[in-house]
Every structure is written in structure tokens, then in C-alpha cells.
Design a binder for this molecule. Structure first.
Ligand SMILES: Nc1ncnc2c1ncn2[C@@H]1O[C@H](COP(=O)(O)OP(=O)(O)OP(=O)(O)O)[C@@H](O)[C@H]1O
Ligand SMILES: [Mg+2]
Length: 381
């Protein structure tokens, strides 16, 4: 069970939670409001330590308002009627008082967790390149990492390149199992089997990696759908690195919340991204397909407006070109979004936030207008 422990006055509650087998994330009382406004709260329960407080922080009511399904347990030094009344007004129904025992704490958490209805499936974001080498994996990995940072340990990145994909390299892990194992055992795929296949990164992102061997037979489109379905049931956020030339994968994206087509400023890429976006929009609906531009160069001949005119749809975000930064991060297996001190990392973070909140994407970088190549390209399409 995933539990947030808020405002712990010492390590006792954390140790008791660990002893019950809970996965615990620590947060300060001041951080409650931030927790409340998080788009996704990947926890079955929130334990708030008020043993050294005589009032209920306003963040508790805010948390309950934003995440009504998350159970809250208050730990207090005694059954103070004023505190209890205040807590009940904030929507809290479970109290544990000192001396706190493992059994009482677990029983209170189990009670609030049991009241939760089964969770809706998680959000799934698929990234597919208009061409090879445009930066799709870089984008998928960094957005997934940003989502994991925003929604602690609740994001799974799946490299859907059945063999020889490179997403694992970007995050510096070498899991024992891969998507090939998932597809070859699709009949037994459930939450617990999925858990045995995924690898974990130090920064909270889980990964189902590509295989370093080819599969014996072709992958069935139903197997891909089952994998995405299973992942979305277990994880609030799933990010897919989709191979652009694999029709089976492109045909299995029904459950995907948003498909992000990645273009760059090369004529040939804009052209193929345009065709790919059109086909995906026709197949999955226009609202579910977004186009972004990677490795963006302000002074390139084809600018944002021209790409938009060719594609007949807005570019929702551009990600600046910074080869040294991108390559440096790849070489050390640490997504650059973790070091949020540059424009590229900031754009990955803001894009992740927009995807998670399901709002429309603001333009973050403006392109210079005009440009000679557009006419030549437009007349061909
Ligand atoms: N914003 C960026 N600025 C500069 N270079 C970048 C940027 N994003 C990615 N790169 C570089 O581009 C190269 C290709 O990136 P990446 O592997 O993410 O592309 P891809 O589209 O997934 O490629 P493939 O088609 O091989 O899967 C890498 O060297 C990467 O470091
Ligand atoms: Mg790639």
C-alpha cells in the first residue's frame, strides 16, 4: 500500500508503516497544500501526525476536497474533542492516539483504504517520432521522469521497441526482464507479474525495457493492448516510447490518453510527421493527437508557424536544441529533467504538467515568422 506520512515528529510512524509493508513517502505539514493540488495522488492513504499540534492544518480539508477518494488518518496525542471535531469537519474519520501500535495504525489505514472504490485506469501518454532520431526517446524519458517526480513513484515508462530499444540507457538501469517477457507471457500478465518485470530507477520512475533479443514470433496487437491496459490499471501514469515503423504498436493505442507526434525542423520529418499525425487523428480522434517539435532552433529556415501551416494543427510545444546537454545526460544515464536549471529541462517539466492535468498546452517558445522553404514544401503536400 502507498501511504503519505505528513508532518512526522519522529521516526516512529515511518518505522511502523514500514513494518506493515507500506511504501511510505514523507511530506511536511507545510507541504500538505502542495500535495492537495497535485493532479495525481498515488496513495491509498495519508497519515497526518498531529501529536505536537492542537489544531488541524487547513491543508487537510484542501486535500480532502481535491482528492476525496484518498483516506486520511490522523495521529493525535489524545482524543481531544475539539481537535476531533475540527478533523471531522475537514472530512477525516479515522484517528489513532498514543501509544500508537502497529496493529491500530494498520487497521485505521485498512479501513480508509477499503472505502476507496477501485481506481480509474491511469493516464497513458504515447510518444512517436515523425522520423527516426528526432529525439522521441529523449522526450519520452524526460517527460516520464518529470511525471514520476510530480507524482512520486507512480509512473511507468514502457519501451515498446520489442528489441534493441534504448530507453533503459537514458535512465541508467538494466532490468532483468523486458517487454518481450511480457508479450511472451501475456496470458499470465496481471499486477503482480507486471511488478516482477519492471525495473526501478533511483528517482522514482519504473521502467519496462526493450529486450536485447529478438522475439520468436510477431507481437499480436491484442497483447500490446493487454499490456497497456494492465499497466494503466496499476500505474496512475504510463508513458510509451512507440516505434514509428511498427504498425502493430501504432494500431494498439486505443487506451492512450494523448499521442504525441515528435517532429523537427527538417523538411522530410515535417512531411512524415504530418502524415503520421493525420493517420493517428483519423484513427483515434483529433483531440488525442498532439504535435511537438524537438531540437528546436530559432534561426532554422523552417519555423514553428510554417510547420503548423503544413501540418494543419498547432505545435503544442517546442523543445530547444541543446545537443551537449542531451548527449551528456544520455552518457551518464541520468535524465536531464532531474537537474532543472535550464530551459530544456523546464520545458520537459511544464509539458509533463500539462499532460497530467489534461489542460491545453500553452505556447512556450515562439518561432520567427516567415521562411522560404515553406512554399516549396506546401506545394508538395
Ligand atoms: N533537445 C535536444 N537537443 C539536442 N539534441 C537532442 C535533443 N533531444 C535529443 N537529442 C539528441 O538526439 C539524438 C537522438 O535522440 P533520441 O534517441 O531521443 O531520438 P529518437 O527519435 O528516439 O531516435 P530513434 O529513432 O533512434 O529511436 C541523441 O543523441 C540525443 O542526445
Ligand atoms: Mg528512440
Amino acid at each position: 500500500m502507498n501511504v503519505y506520512l505528513v508532518g512526522a515528529v519522529n521516526r516512529q510512524l515511518e518505522e511502523l508503516l514500514h513494518a506493515t509493508g507500506s511504501r511510505t513517502t514523507l511530506c511536511t505539514l507545510d507541504g500538505l497544500s502542495g500535495l492537495a493540488t497535485q493532479a495525481v495522488l498515488p496513495a491509498e492513504a495519508v497519515v497526518v501526525d498531529l501529536r505536537e499540534r492542537s489544531a488541524v492544518p487547513s491543508g487537510v480539508a484542501l486535500l480532502k476536497r481535491h482528492h476525496p477518494l484518498v483516506g486520511i488518518v490522523i495521529v493525535a496525542s489524545s482524543l481531544d474533542p475539539a481537535l476531533m471535531l475540527e478533523a471531522m469537519r475537514a472530512g477525516v474519520t479515522e484517528f489513532v492516539t498514543e501509544p500508537v501500535t502497529q496493529g491500530e495504525l494498520k487497521a485505521a489505514i485498512d479501513r480508509v483504504a477499503a472505502k476507496r472504490p477501485a481506481r480509474d485506469p491511469g493516464q497513458v501518454f504515447a510518444f512517436v517520432g515523425g522520423k527516426g532520431g528526432v529525439g522521441t526517446t529523449t522526450l519520452a524519458v524526460n517527460v516520464a521522469t518529470a511525471l514520476a517526480k510530480q507524482a512520486v513513484s507512480s509512473t511507468l515508462l514502457i519501451d515498446l521497441h520489442v528489441a534493441y530499444g534504448d530507453a533503459a540507457l537514458f535512465v541508467g538501469v538494466e532490468p532483468r526482464f523486458s517487454v518481450a517477457d511480457a508479450f511472451e507471457n501475456i496470458h499470465r500478465l496481471d499486477d503482480s507479474f507486471l511488478r516482477t518485470l519492471v525495473g526501478h530507477t533511483k528517482f522514482g520512475l519504473d521502467l519496462l525495457t526493450s529486450s536485447d533479443r529478438a522475439m520468436v514470433g510477431p507481437v499480436d496487437v491484442r497483447a500490446v493492448r493487454s499490456l497497456i491496459d494492465c499497466a494503466a490499471r496499476y500505474y496512475p501514469c504510463v508513458v510509451l516510447d512507440v516505434p514509428r515503423s511498427d504498425a502493430t504498436m501504432l494500431d494498439a493505442l486505443e487506451l492512450v490518453t494523448k499521442i504525441v507526434v515528435v517532429a523537427n525542423q527538417e523538411l522530410s520529418t515535417v512531411r512524415s510527421a504530418s502524415r503520421m499525425a493525420a493517420a493517428l487523428r483519423q484513427r483515434y480522434g483529433k483531440d488525442r493527437v498532439a504535435v511537438v517539435v524537438s531540437r528546436y532552433d530559432h534561426v532554422a529556415e523552417i519555423g514553428r508557424k510554417e510547420i503548423e501551416r503544413v501540418m494543419g494543427m498547432p505545435i503544442v510545444q517546442v523543445f530547444l536544441s541543446d545537443y551537449r546537454l542531451a548527449l551528456g545526460a544520455l552518457n551518464v544515464g541520468r535524465p536531464l529533467v532531474l537537474d532543472n536549471h535550464n530551459k530544456l529541462a523546464a520545458s520537459f517539466t511544464s509539458f509533463a504538467r500539462v499532460l497530467a492535468s489534461n489542460s491545453s498546452v500553452e505556447e512556450t517558445e515562439t518561432a520567427r515568422p516567415g521562411g522560404g522553404l515553406f512554399g516549396r514544401f506546401a506545394s508538395r503536400t
